[in-house]
Design a protein around this ligand. Sequence first.
Ligand code: CP
Length: 315
Amino acid sequence: MGKTNVSLRGKNVLGLADFSAEEIRLVLETAKEMKNIIHRDIKKVPTLRGKSIVTLFYEPSTRTRTSFELAGKYLGADVVNITAGTSSIVKGESLRDTLYTIEAMGVDAIVMRHKAEGAAEYAARVVSPVIINAGDGAHAHPSQGLLNLFTIEQHKGHLEGLKVAILGDVLHSRVARSDIYGMRKMGMEVHIAGPKTLLPRFLSEEPGIVVHERIEDAIKDADVIEVLRIQLERMKGGLFPTTREYARIFGLNNERLALAKDDVLVLHPGPMNKGWEISPFVAYGDNSAIQEEVQNGVAVRMALFTLVLTGGKQE
Ligand code: CP
């Protein structure tokens, strides 16, 4: 890691809107070191020995919860998982009382996913452990934004000046919001396309974002394409045609992929609705880094834990 005066020690990771470019750079550089640990036979270092972490998930997750758990364990921390369905939350315990209960056990960090926007910010106000937002409604998913940047940089060698197309259900996507803040801060050119009903109005007012009516215009000459999951579970109705129509007009297939640069990188945060927003040929094709994103998620989350709980290495 190069010389830096930036420290994330004690910082709550609530969203990339409150991360500077320098702070993002520190996470990406630290994640490179962490990725080496994941490739070792014995994936265990003592960096967080004596630290305790709770993952508190009110919404389902495979990638995020598991990778935060593995990240903590690889770094030597004690990690305990609480899911809403198997805790006293089902007996009606409030979010505040649940947070107080976890705090009382001497926990150093809480990784939290909740359906309410602002839930992580609320947690950071009421308890002392470091809070890492693992997704709050449609608001933010900062570690996913960071792992996307990390994956892009691993392939392209840099971020500044790259054209990224973000496609689909932006309205319900906390990933898209974290991407947009992170990518803009790192000097990327952000293009958006999707059904008008699924594009929030704030986008056209954001500086440096180009909103397209046609998906083909966003994809043209792109260096990176991020396809978003259609979040039917968050839709109240009337926003969406049929899945077949969506695939026809907005789905990323090989024909549309050919409009981008030859070495375009395809990302998707998962889980995928294959055949809807992305064809299986694209999802598993040569340009796809979707599985690699999952592995990079562990490295980036190891970096976050190291930096917020120890300050990391300051050379
Ligand atoms: N990308 C993502 O948040 O996936 P999970 O819902 O499986 O955690």
